[in-house]
Design a protein around this ligand. Structure first.
Ligand code: NI
Ligand code: MN
Length: 224
């Protein structure tokens, strides 16, 4: 399974047969090196509807016919724009052709840029190509991340930007709770308010225990 960091919280998960994108904020993303035309997903997963996560979802889904996997509220709202979706809610799992999706809690807020209510903000566990990925979405640190960790997480994508989500110190505590095999920091460096030293975070993670931390540049991939 190839995981590509696309900048901010946008991540592409690709196997020989399937391509899935989480939070495809590309054209408006000052850090992105790939645009909405550079992806060809069968599914788009959204953690919540804020503009820096919804991103190019509608354009991508209309061009590729991708199914949007998100809260029922988000899926219902996108249906009005002609996008097909699979509505879920926090705690639920569904088996798709590419693998299994489970939505987890996240401590955040969730509305569309136009103010429409988006349901619960969520994190997501994606099991694809034999790899279990936890994308925490936008969230504060919370102790139930330990329950996510009990599922056995191979890679945890954790926000470190602070201001709108947990910062590096709390993300380090999240690593202790989740105990994943590897960590990739996300949701930092895109705007001045979330500027962080990802290399310093990586050193702190490596020093804290037996966990690999990979601060990826936008466009960079990891084979898992
Ligand atoms: Ni957000
Ligand atoms: Mn965000």
């Amino acid at each position: 399974m190839e995981l590509t960091f696309m900048g901010h919280s946008a991540v592409r998960l690709r196997t020989a047969d399937h391509e899935v994108i989480v939070d495809p904020y590309l054209s408006g993303n000052p850090m992105a090196v790939q645009g909405p035309d550079d992806v060809d997903p069968g599914h788009v997963i959204l953690t919540h509807a804020h503009g820096d996560h919804l991103g190019d979802t509608v354009e991508i889904a209309k061009r590729t016919g991708a199914t949007v996997i998100a809260s029922v509220e988000i899926v219902d709202h996108l249906a009005e724009q002609g996008v097909s979706g699979s509505g879920m809610n926090v705690g639920g799992s569904v088996e798709f052709d590419f693998g299994r999706v489970t939505f987890t809690p996240a401590w955040h807020s969730n509305s569309f840029p136009d103010g429409t209510y988006g349901g619960m903000p969520m994190g997501v566990i994606v099991e694809i190509g034999g790899v279990r990925v936890y994308h925490a979405g936008d969230t504060a640190l919370f102790s139930d991340m330990a329950l996510v960790g009990r599922r056995g997480i191979d890679v945890a994508l954790l926000p470190i930007g602070d201001t709108f989500t947990m910062g590096p110190d709390d993300a380090l505590e999240a690593v202790r709770l989740i105990a994943p095999r590897a960590v990739i920091p996300i949701h930092y460096g895109t705007f001045p308010a979330i500027e962080q030293d990802a290399e310093a975070f990586a050193r702190a993670v490596q020093a804290a225990g037996d966990v690999d931390c990979h601060p990826l540049r936008p466009g960079q991939s990891l084979d898992l």
